[in-house]
Design a protein around this ligand. Structure first.
Ligand code: ASP
Ligand code: MG
Length: 277
């Protein structure tokens, strides 16, 4: 099976139009081959959810969370996902104050962003006739208990991918979350801010994928941030060690932990523009 991974960051799922754009990209880019879609939380949702965690006044925190829920529901409504879906969204955005450990509470709260964005995308793809299904990545990305910056045993990814792979036998498109995982005690963990690229690499290992595509608002890897500098050049091709160096020295295009697992398995990584596929 030729499986490809497509990772979409926050900017590429930020509103209804962006979600529709993903459906179009899939149509032209996957040629009907099985693929795993990994997405971040919509737009700046993770930052907003962090504020909910930091808010000590419970009523204010609940209000903040309701606002974030409402913006997701408004996207779901624009995509015509229906009233049952709206109920599901409301119940997903629940305050996690029953969790006493602050870091575990942080993870359980910010994870809502990825759970919600992937539910919306999966539901929309189904509505558009894709053979898509939603996967809870916490069943595949098993981590240690270091909340907020959990570690993964990369060697065990193949084995952990089995459940996900059996689902991919009966569906063409699997939609799942970046950034989140599960600790041995069953609590939700996260891999560190901007960790979704790393999730995409881990899922490539889990599925023996032949390629990873990271969809961004920039056209490939540049020698400097093109949103800040006007005279940057696109780097056509890099080997793994150059990509690793660049990502460690601040090229924010890919998360530093992403490269190593791909290098170990010789999986190519493509940086593509969702604005101009
Ligand atoms: N949503 C998470 C963040 O904003 C993970 C990611 O975007 O990669 O940090
Ligand atoms: Mg993000």
């Amino acid at each position: 099976m030729n499986i490809s991974i497509h990772k979409f960051g926050g900017a590429s799922v930020k509103n209804a139009e962006a979600v529709r754009n993903i459906a179009n990209i899939l149509q032209t880019q996957t040629a009907g081959n099985p693929c795993i879609i990994v997405t971040s939380a919509m737009g700046k949702s993770t930052n907003k959810l962090e504020k909910v965690v930091a808010e000590e006044n419970e009523d204010k925190a609940r209000l903040e969370l309701e606002k974030i829920a409402a913006s997701h529901i408004s996207v779901a409504n624009s995509l015509e996902l229906g009233p049952d879906f709206t109920d599901e969204m409301w119940s997903l955005f629940t305050l996690q104050n029953h969790i006493s450990d602050p870091d575990a509470r942080y993870d359980a709260t910010v994870a809502i962003g990825e759970l919600a964005s992937t539910r919306i995308l999966a539901e929309f793809l189904k509505l558009k006739g894709y053979d898509a299904c939603w996967w809870d990545v916490r069943q595949t990305i098993k981590t240690d208990s270091r909340h907020r910056f959990a570690r993964v045993d990369e060697e065990s990814m193949k084995e952990l991918g089995e459940g996900m792979m059996s689902l991919l036998n009966s569906h063409k498109v699997l939609v799942t979350q970046g950034f989140i995982g599960e600790a041995p005690d069953g609590s939700t963990t996260t891999l560190g801010r901007e960790g979704s690229d790393y999730s995409a690499a881990l899922l490539a290992c889990a599925s023996d994928a032949t390629e990873v595509n990271i969809w961004k608002d920039v056209q490939g890897m540049h020698n400097a941030d093109p949103r800040i500098f006007s005279d940057t050049v696109t780097i056509e091709k890099l080997d793994y060690s150059e990509a690793l160096d660049l990502s460690y020295y601040g090229a924010s295009v890919i998360h530093p932990r992403t490269v190593k697992p791909l290098q170990n398995r010789n999986v190519p990584l493509f940086v593509k523009s969702f604005i101009n596929p």
